[in-house]
Design a protein around this ligand. Sequence first.
Ligand SMILES: [Fe+2]
Length: 244
Amino acid sequence: MPDTQHMVTRAAPAIADLNGRHDLYGLVHKALRMAQCQMLVRLGNFDYVHGNVSGLVSDLRGLLVLGAGHIGHEEAHIHGALEAKAPGGTAVLDAQHGGHRAQFAAIEALLGQLEMAEASARAAIGRRLYLSYTRFVAEDFEHMLEEETVTAPLLWSLFDDDGLRAIEGAIVGSLPPEKVIQFMGLMIPAANRDERFRLLAGMKAKAPKEAFTAVLEMAARPTLPPEDMADLERRLALSQVVPN
Ligand SMILES: [Fe+2]
């Protein structure tokens, strides 16, 4: 019998409505999916013979560092809290994170090869890199879906929204300002207009004015189409109330 287990399509997960609950994963996962999709297309249409290899390598390396950081934040701030209330509740996620770390190392090895290779050898390495990255993205999409369809409802059953916001606050509070700008620079364009407004309105109400201005000018304005930026500024000017 051939081993077809890995090719069998899994049943579609039930997708619970948010019902007004705080969505710990939603925006950061949208950000990662957007950045990963853009990188996947770039790796696919990149000219490995004549293109700026060092620029590609450094951007992909930066994205891997961001992804590794995200995994670390989840483990440090979400998994511990979850395990304390639901022992074994993060076993699947921990195993998937372990798999991602192995894939990061394999992709990093290919980046090292690409940097050192003669132009004539780069196309073959680039193809290996592209396919390796597709595998990582495919697995990470499944993993993030697991978090948003299985883990999130578990978190909602165990924590109230203040508890979830405290976890999120601890993650954001652990980041240096430049990392906050980097994550925000992906989350803001990946979010829809309403999500963006609520994210920025929360910052406007709670964060120091300089931090809010830095996010607006360094993460929102450079990444949004002018009409989306205008919509955001209009909503923020009208808003004196934190939506949630
Ligand atoms: Fe995760």
